[in-house]
Design a protein around this ligand. Structure first.
Ligand SMILES: N[C@@H](CCC(=O)N[C@@H](CS)C(=O)NCC(=O)O)C(=O)O
Length: 212
């Protein structure tokens, strides 16, 4: 059985991605949460992962870290799940989008950090954040226009690209960012999945515990 080491559900956007894939696959796994932002957080992470980051997937003697590397490994473990699209051109497109999300959108990450339970309607304007939001919406709109008849997720069926953008979906709710109907429908569908509901409930429990 896999063990997935994650950070706080309310804020650890990187952790959400592989967690969501395991949860969507209905794959039993042991979840270990290391609370971030504590004096001993870094030491606790270093004790399991020399890279000093979560998420970390442990599969028997194998350790896989970095959210995208974990998603790739899960894709290899579950080929039937088609976590990347089957068509090579679509797969290349999906990989480009996952890489763009993984390496980019720095202004959005910095200015609008993931805070699943927070509600802070965005008031300040920031050109770079506006540009990144526009790019994300363009990606979602294009995918939904292409794949609306294939299913409710970005490429039709659920896959790594949905997982990569899931923390952005949470941010759009937190910061009340308006979306065109097709993107909004994808976001609503994703956040209503039992897997995302579990993550959000976990984040709520965590925040309640921290504030009492
Ligand atoms: N590129 C990495 C980033 C991982 C990352 O930055 N994780 C944060 C939590 S969301 C972390 O471990 N922070 C703890 C620290 O830096 O001490 C990935 O994709 O997994």
């Amino acid at each position: 059985m896999f063990t997935l080491i994650i950070g706080n559900k309310n804020t650890s956007s990187w952790s959400l991605r592989p967690w969501l894939i395991l949860a969507m696959l209905d794959e039993p796994f042991t979840e270990v949460m290391i609370r971030l932002g504590q004096p001993d957080s870094h030491d606790k992470i270093l004790a399991v992962n020399p890279a000093g980051k979560v998420p970390l997937l442990i599969d028997h003697h194998l350790k896989v870290w970095d959210s995208l590397a974990i998603c790739e490994y899960l894709n290899e473990c579950f080929p039937g799940a088609q976590l990347w699209p089957e068509d090579p051109a679509e797969r290349a497109h999906a990989r480009s989008l996952a890489a763009e999300m993984h390496a980019g959108f720095a202004a959005l990450r910095h200015e609008l950090p993931m805070d699943v339970c927070g509600r802070y309607p965005r008031e300040d304007s920031n050109l770079q954040v506006d540009r990144e939001i526009a790019r994300i919406i363009a990606i979602w709109e294009e995918l939904r226009a292409q794949h609306v008849s294939d299913g409710p997720f970005l490429f039709g069926r659920f896959g790594i690209v949905d997982a990569m953008f899931a923390p952005v979906a949470c941010r759009f709710v937190t910061y009340d960012i308006a979306l065109p109907p097709a993107s909004q429908a994808w976001l609503d569908h994703l956040l209503a999945t039992p897997a995302m509901r579990r993550w959000i409930t976990g984040a709520e429990a965590e925040v309640a515990e921290l504030t009492h």
